[in-house]
Design a protein around this ligand. Sequence first.
Ligand SMILES: [Zn+2]
Length: 72
Amino acid sequence: MNIIRLILLLLLIWVIWSLFNRKNKKALKIQDKPVIKQGEMVSCQHCGLHVPTEEAIKIDDTNFCCKEHSKL
Ligand SMILES: [Zn+2]
């Protein structure tokens, strides 16, 4: 009888563990979404150099690669 109890206990642990893992995977997928946005590139209006959106300097819907080019 002890072996059956042990198996049932292990089965219960496995079910809880797999449910916990599923929740973790969902949380990771939500965190992955902003990474895709970081890959977006914009071109400088002065020299045409492609820079990531977060690094570009945006002035009146016009993108520049650096502060120097935004002034020109
Ligand atoms: Zn530039």
